[in-house]
Write a new protein. Structure first.
Length: 199
């Protein structure tokens, strides 16, 4: 896919000290890009939209994403983060552009720390919720999945608000397609590729 806007281009993704962990750095940049692309589909008048009285608004989801990611990286991964009261914009309700700028700034600041880490650091156990201990690498992937969850919430809320979802995140959608798009919607498409292999 080619995105009209890329928050963290490939040239700004640092090279990992240990190539084994480059995929973590690249994935974090990529997931940040996808999240920001989805947030850019939110108009300011939809920030306080919620599809049901018992669900959160888009604004609440966005602010939670900023705060919870800060907590994961500070408390559970163990890297320096700014104080939590500096994480989301406070005071009067902010625009989506302000939330995006803050989220992007925090994510970009994390990339060098992730890139410089080696196996001993990634595999070290750290405290997690409810007295559990988990390796940093486990917590990192848990964070990626949590981010995907909240990004999908925003996407679903926008669909229920009848807002256009541009760009598509993982391929052609009901709003976006292009020449050469090759979605896997048939058994024929799913059967492509090599058969079983053995090491």
């Amino acid at each position: 896919m080619r995105y009209e806007f890329v928050a963290i281009p490939d040239r700004d993704v640092p090279v990992a000290t240990d190539p084994v962990f480059q995929h973590l750095v690249t994935t974090y940049a990529s997931e940040t890009n996808k999240t920001i692309s989805m947030w850019r589909a939110v108009t300011d008048d939809l920030l306080d939209f919620k599809p049901h009285e018992r669900t959160n608004t888009i604004r609440t989801i966005v602010v939670h994403q900023i705060l919870s990611e800060r907590r994961f990286f500070a408390e559970f991964v163990g890297i320096d983060e700014p104080p939590a009261d500096q994480s989301p914009p406070h005071g009067e309700p902010s625009t989506i552009a302000v939330y995006i700028d803050r989220y992007l700034g925090l994510a970009k600041a994390r990339l060098p720390r992730l890139a410089e880490a080696g196996a001993e650091w990634w595999l070290e156990e750290r405290p997690f919720f409810e007295g559990l201990a988990r390796q940093r690498i486990w917590t990192f992937w848990r964070r990626v999945l949590h981010t995907c969850h909240h990004r999908t919430q925003v996407q679903a809320w926008l669909r229920m608000a009848n807002a256009p979802l541009v760009p598509a995140i993982y391929g052609p959608s009901g709003d976006v397609t292009w020449e050469g798009a090759d979605p896997t919607n048939t058994a024929e498409a799913a059967n492509r590729g090599a058969g079983p292999t053995r090491p």
